[in-house]
Design a protein around this ligand. Structure first.
Ligand SMILES: [Zn+2]
Length: 188
């Protein structure tokens, strides 16, 4: 075999190997994207289902509802070992058969290899009041001795002092979500 032929064989082999590798990574990326997408949809759906039993009128406490939703989605996401950005935006609400049906837009980002995408899901859930037999549900957040923010359990701001408080109570007392542990919550 001549020298030039040997060279062209090497080049061809390199091209073939590159193409195979590209195809392989492409497939892997697509699979991962589908996997995360499905997991996120489950997380949002589970959170939305839980929100269905919250018995407070929408118009009264949008702040509480949104923060609860955010906490619930993030718990679900953590349970599924996915690290994503979840952002919740309030969309609209309407009354159906005396129930207030709320539509929320939930956006999330994910990044795998070279894939970066932003997905949006609309989440309907209904609220009512105690007369409908709905029970009120809240969530525990944490405050510090002197701070004016409330935190999620793992936040580094809680290394010096950490007192559990009901989210509803924290909001009523004027505490605001910490920017570190609630970085993707829409600011008021
Ligand atoms: Zn915090």
């Amino acid at each position: 075999m001549k020298r030039s032929e040997k060279g062209s064989v090497t080049i061809e082999a390199t091209i073939v190997i590159s193409l195979v590798l590209m195809l392989l990574f492409g497939c892997l990326g697509t699979l991962l994207t589908i996997f995360v997408d499905t997991q996120m949809e489950w997380a949002v759906q589970s959170a939305s289902d839980e929100m269905n039993i919250i018995g407070i009128p929408f118009s009264d406490r949008t702040d509480l509802l949104r923060d609860l939703m955010w906490i619930k989605i993030n718990k679900q996401v953590k349970n599924r070992s996915i690290n994503n950005f979840v952002e919740i935006r309030e969309l609209s609400y309407k009354k159906v058969n005396g129930h207030e049906i709320n539509m929320w837009e939930v956006s999330y980002d994910y990044k795998f290899i070279s894939f970066a995408e932003n997905e949006k899901i609309q989440v309907p859930f209904k609220t009512g009041n105690e007369n409908d037999g709905l029970k009120f549900e809240s969530s525990t957040v944490y405050i510090t001795t002197y701070g004016e923010k409330y935190h999620m359990e793992q936040c580094f701001h809680l290394r010096k002092s950490k007192f559990p408080i009901d989210l509803d109570e924290a909001l009523k007392k004027g505490y605001e979500p910490c920017k570190n542990c609630h970085k993707n919550i829409e600011s008021r």
